[in-house]
Structure formats: C-alpha cells, structure tokens
Design a protein around this ligand. Structure first.
Ligand code: FAD
Ligand code: N01
Length: 532
C-alpha cells in the first residue's frame, strides 16, 4: 500500500481560485497540495480553446489584484483578452510565484471522506494515491463540468465531435469542412462568427435564441491604462463596491427605465449599445425587477436584431421571447451579422428537433445534414457539476450528493453543515457567477485564508456551519431571487439546462452586500459556524 501524504490544506483545482488559494496558504506557512486533473494551470482558460474564445470582462478588471508589481507590469493589448493571452498570464503567475512544485497535475480527485477521529479529510485520486489534510478547499470551478447531451447514434458518427471546453490543444483545421454548432450560449456566440469564416458551411442548431449585445472590442487606450495604473488599488476598491464587482468607471444608471420618457430611454440605450459590453445591461436599475422596464429594453434589442439580420424569417428565429438579462448576458462580435452569410444556416430545434446523429451527420425531424465536424457548445453542469462528480462524504458518511439531492444548500455559499473543514470557492449561494469572477474569487480566498489562520492561531481543529445558519442563508438567497425576474426563464443558473437537475436558483444576486455579511461573520468570531 502507498503511504498517505498528509498536509495542512488540500486544494482541488488549479484555476484562478486554486492558484491564489495556494499562494495564500504558503504565506501562512501551511503545507499545501493542489490536485489538478489538467496537465497545467489555468482551469477555464486551459480547457476552453475554441476559436474566438476570450473574456468578456473588461481587461483591466479580469486579473489578480493581490500583487501591486504584477498588476503594474502586466500589459493587456485589448479591451477583452483572448484565451491564449489569459492562459499566458496565468502561466506567468504560476512561474513568478513558483506555484507548480506544490501542484499535482494529471490527477483527478475521485473521492473525499471526513475522518471524525482525527479531523482529517482523506482523498483518493485516479492514480491510486491517498492524501489527507485538515482543510479541504474545493476550487473545482463553477463552469468546468461540460454538458454533452446524449443524442441517439453519437457513437456512429464518422466525422469528429468536440465540446467547446474540450477543444484539441493542437487546434482544429476547419477550412473546407461542413461544421455544425449545437447551442447558442456565450461560447457559441463567440465561436460561430469565427467558424463561419473558416468552414465551407456552418449549420447552427438553436434551442433558445440569445439576447446578445455588441462587445465592441478594441485595443486598450494607453491613456486609460495609465490613469488606472496611477491608482490601481483605488480602481479595484471602487469596482468592489459595484453590484457586479466591476465597471466603476461606467457605473450602472441608477434610474428606473419607465421613469424617463420614451425618447430619453432610447437615447440612453443607444449610448450604451455603442459603448458595448456589460454596461448595456446597466442602462437602468430595474431591468431585472420590473417586467415593463424589461420589455422596453428587450424591444430595443429586438429592433437591433431585425435591422442587422437581412432575412426577416431568420431574424424572427434569432429574436428571443423571454426576459432579457435573465440568462447570463452574452456579448458578441458580429454574431447576428454572421447569419447574413451564404454559408451559414440556422435551424430551430424546437420546430424541428434533432432526432439522431448518423454516420454522415445529423438528422432532424425534417432533414438530414451532411457534416464533417459537430461542435457541442452546449455549456456546463454549472456550479454543482464538478463538486458532485466527486464522491464527498462528511460526518457519519453523509454524502454530498444525497444532501444536495433537492438542490445545493449551505451557509454563505462557503460551507455545508455535516462537512466540517470543507469549503467551496464561489460555491452556490454566493454571488459567484453573477459578478466579475476575479473579484468573487479573491474575496473568497482572502476570507478563507483569514478563517484558516484564525483556526490555527486559536488551536481549533474543526469548523462547521450550523443547520440554523444554513436554513437562514438558503431562505435569504431565495428571498432575494424571488424579488427579481430571474426565475422567469430557463437558465443554467437554475440548472434548467441539465435534464433532471433540481430547479434551484444557485448564485446569490447580492454583491457587494454579501461581502459585508462575510466580514461581519468573521468579526463575530465566525458566527453561524461551530468551532471546536
Ligand atoms: P476553473 O477555472 O473552472 O478551475 C477549476 C479547476 O478544477 C479546473 O482546472 C479543473 O480541471 C479542476 N478540477 C475540477 N474537478 C477536479 C477534480 N475532481 N480533480 C482534479 N481537478 C479538478 N468569468 C468572468 O468573470 N468574466 C469572464 O469574462 C469570463 N469568461 C469566461 C469564459 C469562458 C469560456 C468560461 C467557460 C468561463 C468564463 N468565466 C468568466 C468564468 C470563469 O470560469 C471564471 O472567471 C474563472 O476562470 C473560474 O476560475 P476557478 O479557478 O474558480 O475555476
Ligand atoms: O453554455 P450555455 P456556454 N440540445 O449554457 C444549448 C461563461 N462563458 O458554454 O439556452 C440543444 O450558456 C443551450 O440552450 P438553452 C458564461 O458565464 C463566458 O455558452 O439551455 N441545445 C444554450 O444555447 C456562460 O454563461 C464567456 O435552451 C442545447 C447552449 O447550448 C457560461 O460560461 C464565453 C442542449 C449552452 O449555452 C456557459 O456558456 C463562454 C441540448 N440538449 C462562456 N443543451 C465569455 O466571457 C444545451 N443546449 C465571453
């Protein structure tokens, strides 16, 4: 039998969260090991290599803020960095802070069980290793477990099939190929215009039309960069006070849509449309709370789609019929324009469902499509998928899969009663994917580092959220969500994209108040947790 490697802290995942968590644990002088199933660091930016993949958070905000030299020295070329640029940055961080020696790559955590006798988490991995640690930090990512729909006949296809999050590292030659993209979420909207330019023919299979707004990517303005860098810390601090932890320089307009006249409303929307990116969704303060305001903003985008797409029948198919900003907002660079190309066809799979994948392509209820490549841009089993793939057992053998059978429950989005010393970074029940993730990740990592330091300083062996704290927190999340229009559409926030997944709104709309609550809990000696 191989000996058990024992650590103070084990972190699962070496994306942005796991890397920073490791850095902080080292600063505390704790023995720490990161387990990562990929062959290198980067997480999201390691896996998502599809053509056109890039960030849609403004570049000066999607980077670590914990090291002043790093943020001063790093140069981003464009408003939204590309996947290779972000991966290059994360590799630089790994090199600069010499993180790799404490990371086991190509290793998947399969199971984790809490040993109540010595307060240790015992982990087993796919290479047969056994490890244990006092604290277990799940940095497994919210958008990391790909969703590949089960379609009859998949195994018979003679061409090649790829999920956007499992794109081949060596790239893919698409010129002259007949390509299908299934799905029209953020990944699809980014890749469709690029694939359309490369492939001989592209067929897009759409289940839900997409409210997409122009990204308006462009080279960064050196003057703006100099201004931000003159007080980068201040810029970050101001962003952390914004509702989505970003864009303090283009803040949301704190005005209700229907409180201004039609002309003024159109002017504000047009101004933000021209600005591009997420500021469009901050045009008014009640887009997600007032149905009439929501309709006014949606009508504005409907007209835009109709003006861009030449074929009115295709424009109709591309126009969503649900609440705008209810699914995750999407930014594009020429998405709607792509459907004016003669080599691009749109298929509405609600009207003509996909029946099977065949040896030569795909068959819908109405037609056969001859294909060389099928791209699944079908998203992820978000927020809980990667966690529940691991067999996690807490006190008394309690299984997390059972505990969360009706949907995730926890306290502060950080800890689940019954699972002492185990924490999730950007877990369900926290603002997480509703914010700039860099901000959400840094806030969680810093709170957790302080908590773990406190535990060691005070010689506490165990920390566990109470059931009462969990129940009150879950009620709070539901109450906030119920005040909005967020339940009015099918979204991955709700698990609606995964057949059989409980319909529970997972993230908490509530930044930056959430941060105050976390700080308050810590200041009160970790109120709501039992320390022993
Ligand atoms: P991840 O980057 O997902 O890393 C998790 C890691 O855990 C992965 O490397 C995975 O391999 C590993 N792992 C999981 N399970 C196991 C296991 N059992 N054993 C071992 N290793 C495991 N957010 C924004 O704020 N702005 C954006 O513009 C933005 N763009 C995005 C674009 C794409 C294409 C995607 C998919 C997401 C985007 N996001 C964006 C969200 C993005 O996921 C986060 O910003 C951030 O990268 C998450 O980092 P993380 O370290 O928490 O998780
Ligand atoms: O995934 P998605 P994604 N048959 O779930 C459809 C981040 N991200 O990879 O809407 C047919 O959004 C599904 O249809 P529906 C960002 O947070 C960021 O695009 O469920 N179709 C949808 O159209 C984002 O939200 C960036 O009805 C099926 C699509 O596939 C998150 O990652 C870039 C189907 C999936 O869209 C996920 O984005 C990329 C089925 N069985 C990603 N199942 C940027 O920052 C699903 N679909 C730029």
């Amino acid at each position: 039998m191989r000996p058990v490697d024992r650590f103070d802290v084990i972190i699962v995942g070496a994306g942005i969260s796991g890397m920073y968590m490791l850095y902080r644990m080292r600063q505390l002088g704790l023995s720490t090991r990161v387990i990562e199933m990929a062959s290198d660091v980067g997480g999201t930016w390691y896996w998502n290599r599809y053509p056109g993949a890039r960030c849609d958070t403004d570049t000066m905000e999607y980077s670590y803020s914990f090291n002043e030299e790093l943020q001063q020295e790093w140069e981003w070329p464009e408003r939204y960095p590309t996947q290779p640029e972000i991966l290059g940055y994360l590799n630089h961080v790994a090199d600069r802070f010499e993180l790799r020696p404490d990371i086991s790559f190509n290793t998947r955590v399969e199971a984790a069980a809490f040993d109540e006798i010595d307060n240790q988490w015992r982990l087993s991995t796919d290479d047969g290793a056994e490890l244990s640690a006092r604290f277990l930090i799940m940095a497994t990512g919210c958008i990391s477990e790909p969703n590949i729909p089960a379609i009859a006949g998949m195994e018979t296809f003679s061409g090649s099939m790829y999920h956007t999050a499992r794109w081949p590292r060596e790239g893919l030659e698409l010129s002259g190929k007949r390509v299908a993209v299934i799905g029209t979420g953020s990944s699809a909207v980014q890749t469709i215009p690029v694939i359309a330019r490369q492939a001989a023919h592209l067929t897009v299979f759409q289940r839900s039309a997409q409210w997409s707004v122009p990204a308006h990517n462009r080279p960064v303005d050196p003057e703006m960069v100099a201004e931000i860098k003159a007080d980068y810390a201040g810029f970050r601090a101001r962003n952390r006070l914004q509702p989505a932890g970003q864009l303090s320089h283009i803040p949301s307009n704190d005005v209700a849509a229907m409180s201004v006249g039609e002309e003024e409303r159109a002017r504000i929307l047009e101004e933000r449309w021209q600005l591009g990116g997420f500021p469009f969704f901050g045009a008014f303060n009640d887009v997600l709370t007032d149905a009439e305001s929501n309709r006014a903003v949606a009508d504005f985008v409907r007209v835009k789609i109709r003006n861009i797409v030449k074929d009115p029948r295709v424009a109709d198919m591309l126009t969503p019929d649900y609440t705008i900003n209810c699914k995750r907002p999407v930014l594009d660079s020429g998405y709607f324009e792509t459907f004016n190309r003669s080599n691009v066809q749109l298929v509405d799979i609600n009207a003509t469902p996909i029946e099977a994948i065949t040896p030569s392509g795909l068959r819908s209820s109405e037609a056969d499509y001859e294909l060389d490549v099928i791209v699944f841009a079908t998203g992820f089993d978000a927020m809980t998928g990667a966690l529940l793939k691991i067999d996690i057992r807490g006190r008394g053998g309690l299984s997390l899969r059972e505990k969360w059978a009706a949907g995730p429950v926890n306290y502060l989005g950080l800890q689940v009663p019954g699972f002492p010393n185990l924490f999730t970074i950007t877990g369900p029940g926290s603002p997480s994917v509703l914010t700039n993730m860099m901000v959400a990740i840094e806030q969680h990592v810093e709170w957790l580092s302080d908590c773990i330091e406190f535990m060691f300083e005070h010689d506490h062996a165990r920390i566990e959220a109470s059931e009462e704290a969990q129940d009150a927190w879950v009620a709070h999340v539901n109450e906030v969500v119920n005040r909005s229009l967020r339940l009015s559409c099918n979204s991955w926030y709700l698990g609606a994209n995964i057949p059989g997944k409980p319909r529970v709104y997972m993230p908490l709309p509530g930044f930056p108040e959430y941060v105050e609550k976390c700080d308050e809990v810590a200041a009160m000696g970790y109120a709501g947790f039992v320390l022993s």
